[in-house]
Write a protein that binds this ligand. Structure first.
Ligand code: FEO
Length: 391
């Protein structure tokens, strides 16, 4: 057995994926990722928590070399980056019993063709003994699928929280250096956990009473200062937004760009922070990360075939899907002869309920009267921000 020891008889046996650059065919991974798997050897029984993406099976296989017996394979989550190598582990250890939440049992059977009778569903709070080590299972749904579950190792005070508290960050370090991992962890929260932030807050409350020495998530390094990531999650998911406008924009012939530049300066002059993103080159992960704190989003778009530019529509789709805690939305931009862009973008925001501030949408080049309207929009945003609770 070739894993890295966290505490005596508890080992990290997963795989670092240094070169992966896209996750779920959607999420950019500038820093790679890891698929964490943990082996716990009790005095009587042995358990493996999660497996690895099938592309990295050989690494897990090598880490398990020489292990004679596996009693339990705990599957926290049905997504294939963790569950994809379960069939191979079961081939190697045919007597191992798979442990999952009841919903997990369903999902593993559906997605991986694992026979349901090989899976033992466990209830929230149920415990199993490995001899001198005890595992308590915690149902922590919607981080970020409905079946997600965590495990608490009582004697060593280690929480294995599945995808919660993770980071897409390939590193040779076993433990997180907070200053270094804060950025990828926040980015990961934005891309994966933010749509479920209310459920995340409930799960944070649920684990709050547990004495913790380590949090060992399913991606990225282990937190040996657990309060750092717990406090960060409380801020990201629960604190009021900041005095910040996020401004994703796209411009074909310069009119929308001129408006974006003007509004950016008008906001800065009023003491409002602005983060503009040129959508033709923007890193969507960085955009998602900005949405964690934004009180307002202003989408800047030109017009294509009577509607918003597809890149602006994509940004609005992401905004709606990620469900950040923002309060206000507006649209600025330009059209050639006719446009339904504002109506189309507003209609896309079905999952969030921001106050829509008057758009500034102009025909052709912006004129002095249009710049005056942008001044007014900046004034409105600054005024709105002054009336709400901000961090
Ligand atoms: Fe890391 Fe949801 O899988």
């Amino acid at each position: 057995m070739n894993g890295r020891m966290i505490v005596p008889n508890v080992f990290s046996v997963g795989a670092v994926d240094w070169n992966r650059r896209l996750f779920d065919a959607l999420i950019p991974l500038p820093d790679g990722t890891s698929y964490n798997s943990y082996l716990i050897q009790g005095s009587e029984k042995t358990a493996l928590i999660d497996t690895v993406d099938p592309a990295k099976w050989k690494i897990l296989q090598a880490h398990l070399e020489g292990l004679e017996r596996l009693d339990y394979l705990i599957a926290h989550h049905g997504e294939q980056d963790h569950s994809g190598s379960i069939p191979r582990v079961l081939e190697k250890f045919p007597a191992a019993q798979v442990i999952a939440s009841p919903k997990g049992q369903e999902i593993l059977a559906e997605h991986l063709d694992i026979r349901a009778d090989r899976i033992r569903p466990v209830q929230d709070g149920e415990e199993i003994s490995l001899g001198d080590k005890t595992l308590r299972f915690l149902h922590i749904p919607w981080v970020h699928w409905p079946e997600t579950m965590g495990t608490y190792l009582l004697e060593d005070q280690i929480l294995f929280p599945c995808d919660l508290f993770g980071s897409h960050f390939a590193t040779s370090e076993l433990f997180a250096e907070p200053g270094r991992v804060h950025y990828p962890a926040k980015r990961y929260y934005a891309e994966i956990m933010m749509p479920f932030r209310l459920q995340v807050l409930k799960n944070l409350e649920k684990i709050q009473p547990l004495p913790l020495r380590y949090i060992a998530p399913s991606h990225g390094p282990i937190w040996d200062q657990p309060s750092f990531i717990q406090d960060a999650y409380r801020r990201w998911a629960g604190a009021p937004p900041k005095n910040l406008v996020v401004l994703p924009w796209v411009s074909m012939h310069g009119s929308t760009e001129a408006m974006v530049d003007f509004l950016t300066q008008a906001l800065i002059q009023r003491g409002v922070q602005v983060e503009p993103f040129d959508l033709t080159v923007a890193d969507l992960g960085a955009l998602a990360m900005s949405l964690v704190d934004a009180a307002t989003v202003v989408v800047g778009t030109c017009t294509v075939l009577g509607g918003p530019h597809p890149l602006a529509a994509n940004a609005a789709f992401l905004l709606n899907a990620l469900r950040p805690k923002l309060k206000f939305v507006s649209v600025i931009g330009s059209f050639g002869w006719a446009s339904k862009a504002v109506e189309n973008l507003a209609a896309m925001l079905t999952a969030i309920k921001p106050e829509i501030l008057s758009p500034v949408y102009v025909k052709g080049l912006p004129r002095p009267a249009d710049y005056q309207k942008l001044e007014e929009l900046a004034e409105t945003i600054a005024g709105k921000h002054s009336q709400i609770e901000l961090t």
